[in-house]
Design a protein around this ligand. Structure first.
Ligand code: CAA
Length: 379
């Protein structure tokens, strides 16, 4: 970490611990999202970390962004996810949007005034994203969207949605990406999901009933929607991985603190070698995940995302988050299972990191496909 990154993380960490942390236990129990916390993160300049300054972003690197997400997720995985999904929407607009689309939609997102959301999944098309059924029928001046999107992070609190819908035949080539705004006629919200974790981040169904989207809100062109979605997800997966590292780091911090202070059999429980080995393995997994995440982030900073590395980072860091948070609960024992300590919350928040933005089984599919291509090429 360089001096700039250290200062950035220290200031951000102070904001998160002073402002967000005191409310997390209560808000997790109530399922309450607070827009003022998100705006506060925006005031720190972290709602659009990697976006160019001309569009209100901080113009920082993807590695800087990973440190930022790590810091937020040490206090709240759900707020880090809200930032990361909104940032994925921004990176999609920046990469694939026209100049006028960028000028129109980016500023409120980079400032943290508004939140962005990404709508790909449907009830029958989760992992098989190219099988989506929402349609976009061409009419004069635009398209009419019909269908339902499921499990949409920030559904209902976001203002700008990137929505994938079918303009052509079956499969990936028939998919197009649209920019839809909360309040557009024919666009409404369905049920809010009740979840195991991520309780302060709303997850909602989106319903489109003859929702008119103007031509100017089509991204990149008809039939390019799957490329838009996959390109966005490459970046998004690294962000989810960075959140996994932050989540695991917090669990390790809590487990270390507790094991040093808790006395049993007239010694601290840390002094038992069984626990030392467990904690050493936890620290090893956190650090190796962080290195892989930075390697994937560096591929984004230096050229285009390396999809194989992005999937590896997501797979490794989120499996680590699940393992390390589970072990942290074990280290704390009985109290670890109660809401008196935060480790059970981090364990619940870790689980879905292995599922969102492509399950960890899908990450293996992506890795294996790249391996095949590389080895066939060499053969
Ligand atoms: N970048 C750019 N284009 C890409 C790409 C990438 N990383 N990956 C694939 N494409 C392109 C391909 O080049 C191909 O185009 P051509 O035919 O012109 O070459 C096209 O997309 C189709 O690719 P595939 O044949 O590989 O498509 P597939 O149907 O076999 O699916 C998959 C591939 C990797 C399994 C994909 O469906 C996938 O990633 N599934 C998981 C879905 C997912 O991640 N959902 C996340 C939901 S969003 C979410 O969770 C966010 C949130 O709210 C927290």
């Amino acid at each position: 970490m360089n001096d700039f990154q250290k200062e950035l993380c220290q200031n951000l960490s102070k904001y998160c611990w002073d402002t967000i942390e005191p409310h997390m236990e209560h808000d997790d129990a109530e399922g309450k999202f607070r827009m003022e916390f998100f705006k506060g993160l925006g005031d720190y300049g972290v709602a659009g970390v990697t976006l160019p300054e001309e569009y209100g972003g901080a113009g920082l690197s993807y590695i800087d962004y990973c440190y930022v997400l790590e810091e937020i997720s040490k206090v709240s995985v759900p707020y880090a996810v809200t930032v990361s999904v909104s940032s994925m929407v921004q990176s999609i607009l920046n990469e694939y949007g026209s100049k006028s689309q960028k000028e129109k939609f980016l500023l409120p997102l980079t400032s943290g005034e508004e939140i962005g959301a990404f709508a790909l999944s449907e009830s029958h098309s989760g992992s098989d994203a190219a099988a989506l059924k929402t349609t976009a029928r061409k009419v004069e001046g635009g398209y009419l969207l019909n269908g339902t999107k499921m499990w949409i992070t920030s559904g209902g609190i976001a203002k700008t949605y990137i929505v994938m819908a079918r303009t052509g035949g079956e499969g990936a080539k028939g998919v197009s990406a649209f920019i839809v705004r909360d309040g557009d006629k024919g666009f409404s919200f369905g049920k809010a999901e009740k979840k195991m974790g991520w309780k302060t981040s709303p997850t909602r169904e989106l319903i489109f009933e003859n929702c008119f989207v103007a031509d100017e809100n089509l991204l990149l062109g008809e039939g390019k929607g799957f490329t838009v979605a996959m390109g966005g997800l490459d970046r998004g997966r690294v962000a989810i991985a960075a959140i996994g590292v932050g989540c695991a780091q917090r669990a390790l911090d809590e487990a270390m603190k507790y094991s040093l202070s808790r006395q049993q059999f007239k010694q601290s429980i840390f002094d038992f070698q069984g626990l030392q080995f467990m904690l050493a393995d936890m620290a090893l997994e956190v650090e190796s995940s962080r290195l892989l995440v930075h390697s994937a982030a560096s591929s984004i900073d230096h050229s285009k995302p390396n999809s194989k590395l992005c999937s590896m980072a997501k797979l490794k860091a989120t499996d680590t988050a699940m393992k390390v948070t589970t072990d942290a609960v074990q280290v704390l024992g009985g109290v670890g299972y109660t809401a008196e300590y935060p480790v059970e919350r981090f364990m619940r928040d870790a689980k879905v990191l292995q599922i969102v933005e492509g399950t960890n089984q899908i990450q293996r599919v992506v890795i294996a496909r790249h391996l095949k291509k590389e080895y066939e090429h060499h053969a």
